[in-house]
Design a binder for this molecule. Sequence first.
Ligand code: PEP
Ligand code: MG
Length: 591
Amino acid sequence: MRYSPKPSMDTRSPRKIQGTSVSPGLAVGPVRIVGAQPKEVPVWSVAASEVQREIARLREALKTASDEMQRRSRIVALQSSERDAQIFEVHRLILSDPGALKQVEGAIRTEHINAEAAVYQFITKLESTLGQRMEGDSVRAYAADLSDPWRAVLEALGQGGLQDLLSQDQDLILAAANLTPHVMTLLGRDRLLAVIAEKGGRFSHAAVLARSFGVPCVVGLPNLLGRMEPGMVVAVDGQRGTVQINPDPEALLRFQELKAGASARAAVLLAQAPKPALTSDGVRLLVQANIESLRDLDEFDATHTDGVGLLRTEFLYMERPQLPSEDEQYRLYRRVLEHMHPLPVTLRTLDIGGDKQIASLKTPGESNPALGWRGVRVSLEWQDLLRIQLRAALRAGSGRNLRILLPMVSSVEEVHRARSIFDSVRTALLEQGHEVEADVPVGIMVEVPSAVLCLPELIRHVDFVSVGTNDLVQYLLAVDRDNPWVAKLYQPLHPAVIYSLHSVALTSRAAGKSCAVCGDIAEDPGVATMLLGMGYDKVSVAPSFIPEIKSMLRNVEHADAVRLAKDALACTETGLVEAVLSKFRETNRLL
Ligand code: PEP
Ligand code: MG
């Protein structure tokens, strides 16, 4: 357990910390700590006028923890025995000890610290006092038993904080120990200024969300929570990956100027966004949008895009407590298809598993979820899920431009099985009198090395492919995209990735099939140009990146893109590929 030091005056002085950029953009505003690990109990000082409020928070958390124990006690009594349930009653008694409460409240009053810190101090004292007085495993176990209920209070303090957070209407920057999808979705997007975290992967699913929301995000900020106090102002530069704590008026002014410059530049790019991404000698790259949520639809103009290249349907499921019925899905998909019409919508079937869990459908706990039950593997096992989703999609696609994309395909057998389900769903719909398009293209994500290697065979059975580099990189390099410990080794520009991308383009072109990249690597305008040079006809990215990519492509010739791809392919190290790309960006600087 880490006990962060009480903030000294030093942490209040202006201070810049360098982290890793996850999502560009500039934001300045008050910060709020969320999702602190129990191991990393935050400590901050509480003003005299706030002490009573902090004590009220503590009491509320005690009540929440005690109610939760009562609830668990009832469940255990039903599922096991009254005897087993008694432990929760004992825990509730421990929490109602007035002596303990007096100590914890006393710490808040006299030391002016937050409730979490006071509870944690109490737990540490309790465990060490018992440990010093008596020795032996049973004593240690007893000490742990006595402190356990107080750990539940710590947890409840986190929860209480969240409820309080949700009920306020202030715009905030969230600071977390770890960047997770949960943290990204805590606040409505209209109130979320930026997210900063001690740990998190640049290509994790949470990072994908940050970019899709267009919310500035920086991770890899050491001891961030230890430096934070609620309400503290921070300035986040998502592009440079910096966080400035308590900027002084001069720094604030500079930051605001930077922000105004960035907004002016964005406005120019946006005004040109409806124009196609045509190189100066007339070669076109289709630039499509990745959509995670229906809210995305309200926030971007379909005419800036060449359609939706990736509709991540799992996020539509995540937004509701129950599995959506066929009709609900039909309505959701229909809305997207209508909004985009006549442009295509590439609907990816459910890609749950790993860190993408949905409340209404728990996949089993796995020790290695990235290599586990994910994507099409789940759909082929729980076939009703796939059937219902395909029924809804095919119905919604009537008279509209629908394409179906299968995630995490690793073998030809999976394609055969999924296609045969697709065919039987289609036949059943027609028999039931539904209108279904005669030709709905079915494609696969190429995001597993076996799909790259077996593509010459796979491509014969599909209509198009889309490379999911977020996953492909993790599986090619054996580096978990969500594991902060190996974040440095997660290298999207590793030569193995560049060779694989090239091989997919060559195979697809030889087969005369469309190939796209829908992983986040394509958000970089230089990379998008390189992909065109390799032979890709499409990229699909979070909507906020579209104007810049289009602008870059309109400024180059096709021969430049081919040369760039060739130069990148000649590199034997990641750093060299990066250097080739930065030189390209430098010579083709936008605006
Ligand atoms: C990918 O893996 O690149 C991809 C687009 O899918 P996701 O990020 O949803 O796993
Ligand atoms: Mg993927």
